[in-house]
Each structure stands twice: as structure tokens, then as C-alpha cells.
Design a protein around this ligand. Structure first.
Ligand SMILES: *Cc1c(COP(=O)(O)O)cnc(C)c1O
Length: 393
């Protein structure tokens, strides 16, 4: 089956006596056993029947299986949030004395996990520029045996930098290092990191997977089934960041339109990026679909589309950025992304507050940078709003 069909029909639920088109929401905390022999079969994994929703639940399993197939993995684990997926995955792959290499620009909370939480457990991290694979080779040198994980997003948050997945995986795997990729911005519709070499893909399913801004959720997908079992039962279930059955059901609903939405999101984003690039008050547009963008060629080689996240800088620094954002009507000021509504935010003031001033400057995240999550409204309306606010500068 192809992507759009899989997103709707993959692993269809067993229809019950009522023959409902849609799967039921198994809103239950626990499951009932027939007798102690049944208990024994389930507890020894001879049967994959259910025990307790913190371990698994049919609505969660349906969502996990659908994500597994869309990402081309062997198994998936659903989580209560993207951060639950990311922190559990990192804790599952690292132990005291290890090091994790992260790309210099990643989601703010992921940066906090790497630079503040992991060090409390004697796990160090280094933030380097993975958009240049040679930086990784240099960082690993000849005798770095501490690094066990390379972690990044591509396109990355908030400046859309592109990391060459194949190259990074080759360098890491030569040294037995695992590669974990946050595929939130691209979604499996535009990019399949596992097929390009990654070991684990993580998502904030809160974003495009859900698509309607009404769920917080996460998921991890991997090619190694033993790893998935461990991530599910030793980390997700024990740390306890389990997704609720109702939210899994909303995600299944969101997935049905993922392809349709991503095609339209991208179409809109290409128009808006083109408009911004020509605007005299805009000094820089960061969008992988623009031929002028640094990572454009790599993006073209590893993605089937460029997504709908755009960042841009305006003339006049912080004051101008403030004026733009404070004058919005149709476009909403909000963190998060991937919704039907177009959202704008200031990474320095909002999503990337966790980065120090020095780090923001060093990583090229200027105070005048604004990030747009292009929604599904008519682009003529979004552009006329941008035209109005930019004309105030
Ligand atoms: C939102 C986001 C996260 C965190 O996900 P939550 O669902 O908010 O916990 C992680 N990575 C990226 C790229 C994100 O956009």
C-alpha cells in the first residue's frame, strides 16, 4: 500500500459486532484475564494480550503500528508527549560516563535535556554543527569512545538547517554510535530517516501527526524490535509517560489526512517563502525549498518535499521583529506548529529561551528571527496579513 492508503487503512482494527468504520477508544485502565494460565501466557510474552494501559492498550497499539508502517520501522512506542519520547529514548541509550553529540540547533526542551538533565547523571553532551559532517568526524577524532549517541533534527528548529542523514549515519555507525533523529518537522510523508540509516526516529506527534492542535503526544520508531520492547517496557512504562487512549484515537484520525495536509502545507509555504524572499524589509529567509537556502541540495536529496516551517529575519533587529509580531491579526502568536492555523513566534523570546544569549549569538539565532508554521488558510490571506505588518516597518 502507498502512504496515503496506509495512513487510512494500515493495520485496520478488527471490526467488532457493531461493524463500526472507526476503531473504538479502549478507555480502560486494566484488562481481564480468563485464568492464571492466561496470565502466565501474557506475562511470559507468549500472548500479546493486554495487561494494563501503562504497558499497552489496543487503541495505542493501533496508533503505534500505523506509525511503524509509515516510518518504515519494525516497531513503535507511543508516549504522552514528544519530550517523553525524546527523554526516554536518550535515557535508554546512554549510561553514566557516556557522551551524546547533538546538533547545535534543536528544540529548546531537547537542548535542556542534553545540557542540564543528562549531566546530572554524569552523561555529558556536546553541541556541534552537524550540517557540516566533517565537524562530526573531527569531534569524534580517533579515540573518542565516550560518544554513544548522535541526536539531531533535520530540518532543525528554529533555523531549518539541514543535516545529511546518510553521511552522519555512516560516520556514526563506523564507530558503533547510534543515531536518533527527531522527524517532527518533515513527518514520514516527506522524509524517512530509518530508510536513510537512522536507528531511532522520534516525533512530537503534537504537531503534524495530530494536525489539529488538540493533542500533546509523542512516538518513537525503530528498526530493532528488541530495542522497541525495552524502550516500551523498561522506559516508557517505568518512567510512566504513557499516551491516553483518547489521544491515540485523535492521532489516528489526524493521520488519515497527513498526506493531504502536508501537500497543501508545503504548497502554501513555497508561496510564502517566495513572497518573503522578495520583500525589501526581509534580510534572510530560512526555508529548505528555496534554491538560495544553504541546505537546499541536501534537502532535495533526502526529502520528497520541504515541509512548511519558515524562519526569517527583518531589518531593524528586535524592535522590528516585535512590531511585526505585535501587529498580527489572522496569524496567531504561539509556540507549537503543524496546525491548520498559521502560527508565528520569536525563537529567542519563546521556544529557545533555554539557550543563553551567548549561545543564541554563537548559533546564529538572532533576536530579529521570526518562525512561521504555515497553516492551511488561503495563502492570499496569509500574504496580505504579512504585507500589512511588514509595511509598518
Ligand atoms: C514540539 C517539539 C518537541 C516536543 O514535543 P512535545 O510534544 O511538546 O513534548 C520536540 N521536538 C520538536 C522538533 C518539536 O517541535
Amino acid at each position: 500500500m502507498n502512504f496515503d492508503t496506509l495512513a487510512i487503512h494500515g493495520n485496520d482494527h478488527k471490526r467488532n459486532a457493531e461493524n463500526a468504520l472507526n476503531p473504538p477508544i479502549f478507555q480502560t485502565s486494566t484488562f481481564v484475564f480468563k485464568d492464571l494460565d492466561h496470565v502466565e501466557d501474557v506475562m511470559s510474552f507468549k500472548s500479546d494480550d493486554y495487561v494494563y494501559t501503562r504497558g499497552n492498550n489496543p487503541t495505542l497499539r493501533l496508533f503505534e503500528n500505523r506509525m511503524r508502517d509509515l516510518e518504515g520501522g519494525k516497531g513503535a512506542v507511543a508516549f504522552a508527549s514528544g519530550m517523553a519520547a525524546i527523554s526516554s529514548t536518550l535515557f535508554s541509550l546512554l549510561k553514566p560516563g557516556d557522551n551524546v553529540i547533538v546538533h547545535k540547533t534543536i528544540y529548546g526542551s531537547s537542548y535542556t535535556v542534553a545540557t542540564k538533565l543528562l549531566p546530572k547523571y554524569n552523561i555529558t553532551s556536546s553541541s556541534i554543527d552537524l550540517s557540516n559532517p566533517e565537524t562530526l568526524e573531527k569531534a569524534l577524532g580517533r579515540d573518542d569512545d565516550k560518544t554513544k549517541v548522535v541526536y539531531f533534527e533535520t530540518p532543525s528548529n528554529p533555523n531549518l538547517s539541514i543535516v545529511d542523514i546518510r553521511r552522519i549515519c555512516t560516520i556514526a555507525h563506523e564507530r558503533g554510535i547510534k543515531v536518533v533523529i527527531d522527524n517532527t518537522f518533515a513527518t514520514p510523508y516527506f522524509q524517512k530517516p530509518l530508510e536513510l540509516g537512522a536507528d531511532v526516529v522520534v516525533h512530537s506527534a503534537t504537531k503534524y501527526i495530530c494536525g489539529h492542535g488538540d493533542v500533546v503526544a509523542g512516538v518513537a520508531v525503530a528498526k530493532d524490535m528488541n530495542y522497541i520492547q525495552s524502550l516500551k517496557f523498561d522506559y516508557m512504562a517505568e518512567f510512566g509517560g504513557v499516551l491516553s487512549p483518547f489521544n491515540a484515537w485523535l492521532l489516528l484520525r489526524g493521520l488519515k489526512t497527513l498526506g493531504v495536509r502536508m501537500r497543501q502545507h508545503e504548497k502554501n509555504a513555497l508561496k510564502i517563502a517566495g513572497y518573503l524572499e522578495k520583500h525589501p524589509m526581509v534580510t534572510k529567509v530560512m526555508y529548505p525549498g528555496l534554491p538560495s537556502f544553504e541546505g537546499h541540495e541536501t534537502a532535495k536529496a533526502q526529502m520528497s518535499g520541504f515541509g512548511a516551517m519558515i524562519s526569517f529575519e527583518v531589518k531593524g533587529g528586535l524592535e522590528s521583529a516585535k512590531k511585526v509580531i505585535n501587529s498580527l491579526n489572522l496569524i496567531q502568536i504561539a509556540v507549537s506548529l503543524g496546525d491548520c492555523e498559521t502560527l508565528m513566534e520569536s525563537p529567542a523570546a519563546m521556544t529557545h529561551r533555554g539557550y543563553s544569549r551567548e549561545r543564541l549569538a554563537e548559533f546564529g539565532l538572532s533576536e530579529s528571527m521570526l518562525r512561521i508554521s504555515v497553516g492551511l488558510e488561503d495563502t492570499a490571506d496569509i500574504i496580505s496579513e504579512l504585507e500589512r505588518v511588514l509595511s509598518l516597518l
